[in-house]
Structures are given as structure tokens and as C-alpha cells.
Design a protein around this ligand. Structure first.
Ligand SMILES: [Zn+2]
Length: 191
């Protein structure tokens, strides 16, 4: 009798290798190689380029940024960051930022299109398969997301020597998973 609690996943969501050692991250099954941050195969397979930067703008501040460039352009400019009590209140008063329509997402993520002309497409991208999970995973580990044209940025900042900042390898995996999901949306003929 099959074990109903066993998750059967067949292929790594990044590099697409088949395997039974896959574990879920941000809802994406990932192989042991990709989980270490070695995602060159995944980048090649999806025609993505990835740049990782770590900066110390001041002695006590650390910035980590992952930039992933996808092949297919979208006329899009939107930031997604952690929600604030003020943002939450503004939305309750009907003056706030656009909402995806899923409370599990909207209560935790502030969606800021660069201007109103990007709102409709931004919401469609943020509702498409795999995208909300990856965005939420970035926000939950302390980062933020920006989607502009062909580029996906995932950023995190630490202020002070003991503040929390997600590992660069984690940010990179989440950025690549997000870029793959956004690229899938961009290539959808019916979008
Ligand atoms: Zn993999």
C-alpha cells in the first residue's frame, strides 16, 4: 500500500535531473547538487545568467544581491517586500498597494509596481504557478524581490554585526527558482 505521506517527486525543478533524493524548497523539488548552490546546469538549461554580489557599504552593513537575467522580456517593473503594519492598515482602508487575492500572500507581501501601468501584469505574474511560493520564500527568509523586464533581483540587507541575513546560496536558489517560474509565465502563449 502506498504511503500517503511520502512526497513522490521525479525531477529537480531547477536542473531537471531525475532522482529520488529531491527535497522541496519554496515548493520546488531540488536535487542535492542544486541545493548546495551549484546551479550551472539549471542556468544553462533555462538560458539564464546569474550574478551574485556581496557589498559592505558601511562596516556594520552587509548587502547581498542575486541578479538573474531571463531570455523573454516582460513589460514589467514591480517590487515585492515584507509588509508593514502601515501597509496592512492602508490596504484595509482601501488605499493600499495592489493585492494578489490570496490572504496568505497579501498579509505578508507588499506589492509595489513602479507605476499603475504595470499593476495588471504584475498581479498576473504573481498569481502564476511557482511565483508566489518563491516570492514568499524570499520574504520569509528576510529578503525582497524586484522584477524588471528580463531581470529578477533578490536582495537582502543586514544592519549591525549580529543581525540576520540569509545565506547567499539560499538567496541564489530562490532567485533561480523564481526566474524559472517567471520565464515559464513569459513564454505562455495565452498570457
Ligand atoms: Zn538540480
Amino acid at each position: 500500500m502506498p504511503d500517503p505521506f511520502r512526497t513522490v517527486v521525479q525531477r529537480c525543478g531547477l536542473c531537471e535531473v531525475e532522482g529520488d533524493q529531491l527535497e522541496l524548497l519554496a515548493g520546488v523539488p531540488m536535487c542535492a547538487v542544486c541545493r548546495t548552490g551549484e546551479v550551472d546546469d539549471a542556468l544553462a538549461r533555462h538560458a539564464l545568467s546569474c550574478t551574485v554580489k556581496e557589498l559592505h557599504p558601511t562596516r556594520a552593513t552587509l548587502w547581498r544581491t542575486v541578479e538573474v537575467v531571463r531570455p523573454t522580456i516582460l513589460d514589467l517593473a514591480v517590487k515585492c517586500g515584507p509588509d508593514t503594519p502601515r501597509g496592512w492598515l492602508r490596504r484595509r482602508l482601501g488605499q493600499g498597494d495592489p493585492e494578489v487575492g490570496d490572504p496568505g500572500f497579501d498579509d505578508r507581501v507588499k506589492v509595489e509596481p513602479a507605476d499603475d501601468s504595470f499593476t495588471e501584469l504584475a498581479l498576473r505574474v504573481l498569481r502564476s504557478p511557482g511565483v508566489p511560493q518563491a516570492v514568499l520564500a524570499v520574504i520569509d527568509c528576510g529578503g525582497s524581490v524586484e522584477l524588471v523586464g528580463r531581470t529578477v533581483w533578490v536582495r537582502a540587507e543586514r544592519s549591525g554585526d549580529f543581525g540576520h541575513i540569509p545565506e547567499l546560496a539560499t538567496l541564489k536558489l530562490l532567485a533561480v527558482a523564481l526566474a524559472i517560474a517567471v520565464e515559464r509565465f513569459a513564454r505562455e502563449p495565452s498570457r
